[in-house]
Design a protein around this ligand. Sequence first.
Ligand code: SF4
Ligand code: FES
Length: 272
Amino acid sequence: MQASGQDTILDCLLNIKRTMDPTLAFRYSCGHGMCGSDAVSINGTPALLCTATVEQWAIQPQKPQENAFRRTGVRTDDIEAALESASSPSDPSKTPVSQSGDSSASSAPSSDQGDWGVISLSALPGFPVQRDLIADIDSMLEQIIKLKPYLQADGVLATTDEGKVDVFEYLQRPDQLAKYEVLSNCIACGVCEGSCPVFAGGDAFIGPAALVNASRFINDSRDRATDARMDAIDTADGIAACQSVRACSRQCPKGIDVGEEIWQLIAQVRER
Ligand code: SF4
Ligand code: FES
């Protein structure tokens, strides 16, 4: 298969699916970093398929031990051995393309100048694998939903004396908006959860994505449920479970410094 350095890994997978293996399963929707549906592990690092390019990940692959957390039981030399053997064309049992039912896939695109190298893919860590590159992220979405990720403000959907929906505007200063604006960019992709060694260790920890969404509304001057929101995360499985490893900050596709935001959230909850 031919690929250019600017091709995304999603482009490569679509090409593989069309021309080589129609059974290969992966999830995507918008194709340009907006929906968050295509988070997987690329060379051991959680990232989005649609924004990761071949030259980023194949020419200068980020080694798992330098840039990502590994789940307990996965040794670095095991990963490197798998990368090496997948790149060997002489052994047909080590094909670079995933087979149906596998939870991992590798693509070895080539350019006119020669091989790009190997890109190793697997489903997003920390979640059960549904099939191939598709992880079941329901546990993350349920944790986010539990924290009521919507504005709870006085007067929302108020009606007038005539029974009509009241129309009014919320006034907010730029400095008030700045307190949560970046957090509202979260697309619930799960990259931070896949990077978090605490979340990967069990189902109980509420997880960085849910905490980012809680913080988004706690810091919104219009919201009136701050105390209830803080109570909901002030638990053993909430902020108390965060170990401040900050791996969650490394690959957020929306540029949110997740670890720092959680650190500030913990301070807000403790100081109230
Ligand atoms: S905080 Fe960033 S990495 Fe985490 S779910 Fe939101 S967008 Fe994805
Ligand atoms: S397909 Fe939507 S973020 Fe990648």
